[in-house]
Ligand binder design. Structure first.
Ligand code: AP5
Ligand code: MG
Ligand code: ZN
Length: 215
């Protein structure tokens, strides 16, 4: 049976980092809505332009746009065995839409892996994050520095700081998370699907807890 999992948590807690570490062993597709928006922006699509106007301010892209994009992505063949969602759902409307989309496929979310850490940790991580322009690999000046400054270990591409990783937008994203996304914690908990994971631990320890929670 197809396996559907959600990596959930505030900006900078390590969702993308953990997804990269477990998606291959799970043999399921990785759908990160932030990455999909950034990819659209790179390709200069209309969706990319629209998303940019929200992302630059740290606001959420409207639900119908985000849900439509995920619906289309789920039609691709690599999602047959299941999906590891990352940064989606982020509102109650998105969660309800996802339940509906998966039930149409005869599936459901098995576990929501809620990684948490205090705001001070999130700000520190976001402020020190560098991302590869070419392959998207994620580094951190403190916890995961590249071997050569400014250069990707994996592909040799140039590293950059995401435009939404300036202090003002970081703070805004954390606020938006608290107001619009955090209410989902209770929503998933009530359904008995929530696993809480301490995101303040080193990357490897978090991965071990993610693996244990998936079972
Ligand atoms: P998105 O790209 O999803 O950004 P985000 O939620 O703000 O989360 P991040 O990607 O910043 O953090 P992460 O948890 O993946 O952390 P990472 O692994 O990189 O969304 C961007 C924007 O797109 C949104 O603001 C919104 O506008 C729009 N959007 C996206 N999805 C949407 C949706 N569903 N609905 C509406 N709008 C949407 O790690 C961070 C840093 O910490 C890295 O440097 C990493 O190396 C380091 N690190 C990770 N783990 C550890 C650890 N355990 N110890 C030490 N360092 C660590
Ligand atoms: Mg991410
Ligand atoms: Zn790279």
């Amino acid at each position: 049976m197809a396996k559907y999992l959600v990596l959930f948590g505030p900006p900078g807690v390590g969702k993308g980092t953990q997804a990269e570490r477990v998606k291959d062993e799970l043999q399921i597709a990785h759908i990160a809505t932030g990455d999909l928006f950034r990819d659209n922006l790179k390709r200069e699509t209309e969706l990319g332009q629209l998303a940019k106007s929200y992302m630059d301010r740290g606001a959420l892209v409207p639900d119908e746009v985000t849900i439509g994009m995920v619906r289309a992505r789920l039609e691709e063949a690599d999602t047959q065995n299941g999906v590891l969602f990352d940064g989606f759902p982020r509102t109650v409307a998105q969660a309800e839409a996802l339940d509906q989309l998966l039930s149409e496929r005869g599936g459901r979310i098995e576990k929501v892996l809620f990684i948490h850490a205090p705001d001070s940790v999130l700000l520190d991580r976001l402020g020190n994050r560098w991302t590869c322009k070419k392959c998207g690999a994620v580094y951190n000046l403190n916890s995961k520095p590249p071997q050569v400054t400014g250069v990707c270990d994996v592909c040799g591409g140039e590293l950059y700081q995401r435009p939404d990783d300036n202090l003002e937008t970081q703070r805004k994203r954390i606020e938006v998370y608290a107001a619009q996304t955090a209410p989902l914690i209770e929503y998933f908990d009530r359904q008995g699907r929530l696993a809480r994971i301490d995101g303040q631990q080193p990357i490897e320890k978090v991965t071990a807890d993610v693996r244990a929670a998936i079972g």
